[in-house]
Design a protein around this ligand. Structure first.
Ligand code: SF4
Ligand code: SF4
Length: 182
């Protein structure tokens, strides 16, 4: 993203919540723990040489004018992201406020996103477990490991949607099998 993508008037000032809620594999930093390089509430001590995963991340509060000031991470205790290719809205929760996403005005909006998505879903990442929301349903995915992926699938007969976790290696094999068959 570039500075011109940021909603005018918004910035990371006084917020370092993504440095707590995201996992940063390059630093072996797990989800939910403040990064050792973070000057909490102020910024990154290694800003010029921070990993690519940090440099590439701008939360949806910064990028989306459709989100009001109540979504500011320091207010909401949530950090939002978006995976464009899979149409997945990511909701990372602050471990000090694990149920923040179930409070209003957030929960109604999150449920609305889950009900209106055509191909995606909402993925809520708590520190040790993940939940997916699709339509009116919630799928408790448990602890999703780094070598696993979340998959949305439609039952061929009933047409019912489901969301589950599968090993990346298995997902890759299924994908390459499909490509080989076309
Ligand atoms: S959560 Fe968003 S506003 Fe806060 S520091 Fe990260 S990118 Fe900036
Ligand atoms: S390296 Fe810097 S930007 Fe990345 S998580 Fe740590 S403190 Fe945040």
């Amino acid at each position: 993203m570039t500075a011109s993508d940021i909603v005018p008037g918004r910035s990371c000032a006084n917020c370092t919540l993504c440095c707590k809620v995201l996992s940063i594999p390059a630093l072996l930093k797990p989800r939910g723990i403040v990064c050792g390089q973070c000057d909490w509430g102020k910024g990154c001590r290694i800003y010029a040489r921070r990993p690519g995963a940090c440099a590439d991340f701008d939360c949806s509060y910064l990028l989306s004018p459709a989100l009001g000031e109540e979504w500011k991470p320091t207010t909401a205790h949530l950090v939002l992201g978006y995976m464009t290719d899979a149409d997945v809205i990511l909701v990372f929760t602050d471990p000090d406020h694990p149920s923040a996403w179930r409070k209003e005005p957030y929960f109604s909006r999150i449920k609305k996103w889950a009900a209106s998505t055509e191909n995606g879903y909402v993925l809520v990442r708590e520190t040790t477990r993940a939940l997916a929301l699709l339509g009116a349903e919630e799928f408790d995915l448990g602890a999703v490991r780094a070598d696993q992926v979340v998959v949305r699938s439609k039952h061929p007969d009933s047409g019912a949607n489901t969301i589950f976790v599968v090993d990346k290696a298995v997902a890759d094999r299924v994908r390459s099998g499909r490509q080989g068959g076309t």
